[in-house]
Design a protein around this ligand. Structure first.
Ligand SMILES: Cc1ncc(COP(=O)(O)O)c(C=O)c1O
Length: 421
């Protein structure tokens, strides 16, 4: 590379990942093939529109790329329509609101501080300013409060109910959610960004055929490049007519919301890398991977429970753990900092009904997707839990933290990043 400054930073970041334990539950390590597609000439090409209906010439190959991505997404998730053009998860959610509601309409989503995402109606996000957002919470036990949701839905009559989370350690009951949406006449949107890889593996129930629209980022448990899929069923309607907001018209509503509604040219290199990741996700190895993520998270939870940590909901059914550190006398930010010095990357997070402010919360969130990609299994989780506990109980002892980092660097040599030996 001619640009030595950027080259050095890429090397430094790769080493940071290689020599540490990446435990942010929304992160993963992509395959070499995904990286190759991302770094390809496809990034040079403009192709506004959809395959076969572009505003630019020279699209014969990118049309095939996008069709492969769409077909693989449909087959993998079991839906009849896939839009693969959203630049990332937040713009994908923006497109879904744009498709299903008008400015000022009521929309309902999980509050950020209870595990939702900003785009689920946070007051300072587009979803809480353009729309009248009403926000539901989990119960005090940390579990989804379906009864509370049903009451709110009947009271507020939202146009859409967004369901999904960034920090929820349990399973979503899609059938219960369908009933809530039907009772108030709302579209049900499943944001499965965090759990898509588990769903594909059969390690979490799928909302396909239950939710009206499914959105997932492609870069979390699904292990692809940054990007998003919007999935639904229905039939594309007359492209010259504005479609009515019916379930049958969902494919056209979504496609028109992406372009011309919100975006210009698709990122073809990203689309190709998504297609590569979807092919990988259709393999038996990926299925085993998805189940192993959950086994690893459960083993980690068991270890930390035994060491007296307070896990929200008492444990996990998926890829992540949310831990309230109040009884350990440490704030989330302090734990994040100590673990980082020890070579373990997690993030501070609010816990349900957190008495502390969101920018300085009581908890941390950690997950197993990236470690599982590197080949760590249950036995290694016992060691990881021991390091986590030592780092947290010795948070102010920089020497001890540095020693853990050395141990982790040596340990990770046996668990190379994808494509490395
Ligand atoms: C549940 C959920 N939805 C949406 C998003 C937004 O995705 P992005 O960061 O790609 O915009 C995230 C990312 O953290 C998420 O966890």
């Amino acid at each position: 590379m001619q640009d030595k400054e950027i080259e050095a930073l890429i090397t430094a970041e790769t080493n940071r990942q290689r020599n540490g334990l990446e435990m942010i539950p929304s992160e993963n390590h992509t395959s070499q093939d995904v990286l190759t597609a991302l770094g390809s000439r496809l990034t040079d090409k403009y192709s506004e529109g959809y395959p076969g209906k572009r505003y630019y010439g020279g699209c014969e190959f990118v049309d095939k790329v996008e069709n492969l991505a769409r077909d693989r997404a449909k087959a993998l998730f079991g839906v009849s329509h896939a839009n693969v053009q959203a630049y990332s998860g937040s713009p994908a959610n923006q497109a879904i609101y744009f498709a299903l509601a008008d400015p000022g309409d009521t929309v309902m989503g999980l509050e950020l501080y209870f595990g939702g995402h900003m785009t689920h109606g946070l007051k300072v996000n587009f979803s809480g300013t353009i729309y009248n957002s009403v926000q539901y919470r989990t119960g005090h036990d940390g579990y989804m409060d379906y009864e509370g949701m049903a009451d709110m839905a009947m009271r507020e009559k939202p146009k859409l109910i967004m369901v999904g989370a960034t920090a929820y350690p349990r399973i979503f009951d899609w059938q219960k959610l369908r009933k809530i949406a039907d009772a108030c006449g709302a579209f049900l949107v499943a944001d499965i960004s965090h759990i898509a890889g588990l769903i594909v593996a059969g390690a979490h129930p799928s909302p396909a055929g239950i939710a009206d629209v499914i959105m997932t980022t492609t870069h979390k448990t699904l292990r692809g490049p940054r990007g998003a899929l919007i999935l639904c069923n229905g039939n594309p309607s007359n492209p010259l007519k504005k479609p009515e907001r019916t379930k049958e018209n969902l494919p056209s509503l979504i496609d028109r919301a992406i372009i011309p509604g919100l975006q210009g040219g698709p990122h073809n290199h990203q689309t190709a890398a998504i297609a590569v990741a979807l092919r990988e996700a259709a393999t038996p190895e990926f299925k085993a991977y998805g189940h192993q993520i959950v086994k690893n998270a459960k083993r980690l939870a068991e270890n930390l429970n035994n060491k007296g940590y307070q896990l929200v909901t008492g444990g996990t059914d998926n890829h992540l753990l949310l831990i309230d550190l109040t009884n350990k006398g440490l704030k989330g930010a302090e734990a994040e900092d100590a673990l980082s010095k020890a070579g373990i990357t997690v993030n501070k997070n609010t816990v349900p009904y957190d008495p502390r402010p969101p920018f300085d919360p009581s908890g941390i969130r950690m997950g197993t997707p990236a470690l599982t990609t590197r080949g760590l299994k249950e036995a290694e989780m016992d060691q990881v839990a021991a390091w986590i506990d030592t780092a947290i109980t010795s948070a102010s002892d920089d020497k001890k933290l540095a020693k853990i980092h050395q141990e982790i660097t040596a340990f990770t040599k046996a668990f190379p990043l994808p494509g490395e030996k």
